[in-house]
Design a protein around this ligand. Structure first.
Ligand SMILES: Cc1ncc(COP(=O)(O)O)c(C=O)c1O
Length: 420
């Protein structure tokens, strides 16, 4: 049941009772989370699954130390891009051979933008969102800087609504399924339908939806998708990202980073490039085998999970947080930045306050870890796999105390660090 705003916010005892009834309560134990830490940053870097320690130790001591180069075969390192890709595809509503785990999201954006453009001769615009994550925008700039005939059109700059920018010239639309600042979920299926109606292709950036909300790439009918594994998929800092291509496009696109791993027969060492089958044509070069183990451990946690049921808990947690903050913190200048309707956000609760940075630092000093984004956004990643209702209650209560006592005014909370 999704909580709605009530006049009396639930008590801490109510939250403890909700935890008692939580069907996902046991999942928390699969993560390394120190007592006393309330981790609200899984939208940036997921916590560590406990199983990763043993898996990496095995990779180091057995596969690398003893297996040496034979582990590219024996431990499956060479095909990890596909093995993990097929597992992740299951979680994201795609099929085998359609998704590869490889490279950073940004690199995959670059490749899929080119791939889509290569299928759209005569079309001259890339459409996206002015509020997109900077990498997405920079990659679009990078692509257009080399393709003189291509132009960029952005929602929020060239039109209020992205659909207004779709026309016969649109080659590709790069959409975020979830906005990284607000957590707002877009109607990717509806937008894809509209883009397809004018003959445009769609790339969905699922960085903030994969592992957070139910994603179904087939049903959404997107042409390509890209995303990362280090946020909601809990695969470790800098773990490889992924790229998906719809089966109807297999063998029909070109991408510029044509390394040997994407070749149809890498060990023939041919002089000229021939693309590999399906999503393998999006691969470039050698991937970090040790980081891939993190993806494997991250995916293990999702085995058997019904994403709809998990997201229902996520919405409950998110509603609880929103209700408490609204009740306790709005009088102190906190404003809601995420959509207030829980059905329109991925769980994330974003707020604004002119002293947002210092408030986040004061919370971190109390072991409540969220983050801050320019110019005044406080972000709390609300992740149902390992967060308890009581964590949410306590976090909102800490925020209330930080605001009431104005402890954020302390000088040490106002020194800007590199990573905010
Ligand atoms: C929506 C979105 N797209 C792209 C990226 C860039 O990812 P990477 O730095 O792994 O290339 C991020 C990173 O946080 C992101 O949130």
């Amino acid at each position: 049941m999704t909580r709605t705003n009530t006049t009396m916010p639930p008590s801490r005892e109510d939250a403890i009772e909700m935890d008692r009834q939580d069907p996902f309560a046991h999942k928390r134990d699969e993560f390394f989370l120190e007592d006393g830490i309330i981790y609200l940053c899984g939208n940036s870097l997921g916590p560590m699954p406990k199983s990763v320690v043993g898996k990496i130790e095995h990779t180091m001591k057995e596969d690398w130390a003893r297996g040496l180069v034979t582990s590219w075969n024996k431990a499956g390192w060479f095909m990890m891009t596909d093995i993990l890709g097929d597992r992740l595809a299951t979680l994201l509503g795609a099929g085998p051979g359609e998704l590869v785990v490889s490279d950073a999201t940004g690199i995959n954006i670059y490749k899929t933008l080119h791939a889509a453009i290569s299928m759209q001769p005569g079309r001259t615009t890339i459409v996206s969102e002015a509020t997109s994550f900077p990498t997405d925008l920079y990659m679009i700039e990078g692509v257009t800087s080399l393709l003189a005939h291509m132009d960029i059109k952005l929602e929020g700059r060239d039109a209020d609504n992205i659909e207004e920018l779709f026309d016969q010239n649109t080659a590709v639309v790069l959409l975020n399924q979830v906005d990284y600042r607000t957590g707002e979920v877009r109607d990717i299926t509806g937008l894809t339908k509209k883009a397809h109606a004018v003959g445009a292709l769609v790339i969905s950036d699922v960085c903030h939806s994969a592992g957070a909300i139910p994603v179904n790439l087939h049903k959404e009918n997107v042409d390509f998708a890209v995303g990362c594994t280090y946020k909601y998929l809990n695969s470790g800092p800098g773990a490889p990202g992924f790229a998906y291509v719809a089966p109807r496009h297999h063998g029909k696109f070109k991408q510029p980073l044509t390394g040997w791993h994407g070749h149809a027969d890498p060990f023939k060492f041919e002089q000229t490039y021939r693309p590999g089958v399906g999503a393998r044509a999006l691969l470039s070069g050698t991937q970090p085998a040790i980081s891939a183990v993190g993806v494997s451990a991250g995916l293990d946690v999702f085995e058997g999970i019904d994403m709809h049921a998990l997201f229902a808990k996520g919405k409950d947690l998110s509603s609880l947080m929103a209700d408490l903050i609204e009740h306790w913190c709005e009088p102190h200048g906190i404003r809601f930045y995420s959509p207030r309707d829980v059905n329109h956000r991925n769980g994330q609760v974003s707020l604004t306050h002119e002293n947002g940075y210092a408030i986040v630092q004061a919370l971190i000093a109390r072991n409540v870890i969220g983050d801050y984004r320019q110019p005044d956004v406080i972000r709390f990643g609300v992740t149902p796999l390992y967060l308890r209702y009581v964590d949410i209650w306590d976090a909102a209560n800490h925020l209330r105390e930080v605001l009431e006592t104005e402890e954020w005014k302390d000088e040490r909370f106002n020194i800007k660090q590199l990573v905010t």
